[in-house]
Design a protein. Sequence first.
Length: 118
Amino acid sequence: MKPTILTQKTVCAFLGLMMALTILWAAKAEAKVDRINEVIPMEYNLGLGEVQENVIQEFELDLSDLKELPTITIINKYGEVVAEFYGDKEEIKKKFKGSFEKALFVTASVGQEFYLVR
C-alpha cells in the first residue's frame, strides 16, 4: 500500500481551512466598507448646513380658490359624480326627496355622504 495525502481526514481539514479563510476575507471586506462610511472630513460637515439652507425656499400658497367639499354626493354605477349638493343635509334631502328615494346610501366620511343612483 502506498501512503496517500488524499484521505478523508486531510480533505475535510483542507475544506475547513478554506471556509475559515473565506469567512475572514468576507469580514475584512465588510470592515473596510464600514470604515469608509464612518469617516467624513470636517469641511463637508460644515458645508452641509449651508447647502440645506439654500435648498429650502420660501413660497406662498393661495388657497382661496379651493373648492368646498360637498355635503352630499350622488354617483352612478361607474363611480362618476352625477350630482354634488352643498349646504345642510336635511334641507337638501327635503328639497330633492325623489332623488334620494331612488338612490342607495353608500358611505359617509367627515361630514360627506355618498349615494348610488339605481
